[in-house]
Design a protein around this ligand. Structure first.
Ligand code: PLP
Length: 295
């Protein structure tokens, strides 16, 4: 079976009186629309990883994630769609939640691993699947050179040119891929990464590891809202207003923080009049299910 979803995600303009006042145009690339579950950057990161598994004759995907991992869910759905068996090794003690329910529904076997053992993923893989010749290791979040390559293709799909591209980052694989795409197309577009972790400066090393050529980009370190999966009433208010005004569903872990940064920088005259800015919607909206009580 050909492993591809064959989808160019659309790019939509977002209007706001703030953008009019500043004389800028803002667009959003709807990678959340690639697939309901194999969503956003998780599909881009999985594409060449799954093709590699297939080329090596492997039929069993083994991967890793937290109990709310978008990557686990995307892998479960992709495995079901493309005919792989899948196992998810989940960080921490056994729990039930909407994400894991959806993983199981797609046929993924789940193994819960205590936090100490979870740190050494190759050892866990060897322990459970060392003797399974069909098993294929996929790192947490799909982090890999193949993942970065898949993400670079986002740039091939752009209908127009932009002065700036904004993207949230966790492992940095998506950011690195997009930066590589910008370099390959010799665009003058400036890339902006919004780390969703506290003290996200380390992400520069993670991004640079996957860069094919050194190229300058911006890291905005002050939009983590307390850390990974942390929120504040200000961020939640922003998300509510954004969703209600645009009809574009976003969540607080990634895209919400990235868009907050973009609006905040616009308000602070960071952009020049006439500039065009593209925000990447990296998907993951099922993450909202675990955050109902914060709204
Ligand atoms: C996983 C994820 C990211 C982070 O991608 P990295 O390649 O790990 O930086 C961003 N947005 C969403 C919605 C995600 O699920």
């Amino acid at each position: 079976m050909q492993i591809d979803l064959d989808i160019n995600s659309p790019t939509h303009q977002i209007t706001d009186p703030l953008f009019d006042a500043k004389g800028i145009e803002v667009f959003i690339k709807r990678d959340d629309m690639i697939h309901p579950l194999i969503s956003g950057n998780k599909w881009r990161k999985l594409k060449y990883v799954l093709q590699k598994a297939q080329a090596e004759g492997k039929s069993h995907l083994v991967t890793f994630g937290g109990a709310y991992s978008n990557h686990l869910l995307a892998t479960a759905a992709a495995a079901a769609k493309f005919g792989f068996k899948a196992t998810g090794i989940v960080r921490g003690e056994e729990v039930q939640n909407d994400t894991l329910f959806m993983c199981r529904l797609h046929g993924m076997q789940l193994i819960f691993s205590d936090r100490d053992s979870y740190r050494d993923k190759p050892a866990l893989f060897a322990q459970y699947f060392g003797a399974d010749a069909d098993a294929f290791f996929i790192d947490e979040g799909g982090a890999s050179p193949e993942g970065a390559r898949g993400c670079s293709e986002l740039i091939d799909e752009l209908p127009e040119s932009y002065n700036h591209i904004f993207c949230a980052c966790g492992t940095g694989t998506t950011a690195a891929g997009i930066i590589n795409g910008i370099a390959q197309h010799q665009l003058i577009t400036r890339f902006h990464a919004i780390p969703v972790f506290k003290k996200g400066g380390f992400i520069k090393n993670e991004i640079d590891e996957y860069l094919l050529t050194p190229i300058d980009y911006d890291l905005h370190l002050h939009y983590h809202f307390g850390g990974y999966a942390k929120t504040t009433p200000e961020l939640i208010d922003f998300i509510k207003q954004f969703v209600a005004k645009t009809g574009v569903l976003i969540e607080p872990v990634y895209t919400g923080k990235m868009l907050y940064a973009l609006y905040d920088l616009a308000a602070k005259d960071y952009f020049k009049p006439g500039e065009r800015i593209l925000a990447i919607h990296t998907g993951g909206i099922w993450g909202l299910l675990g955050m109902r009580e914060r709204f």
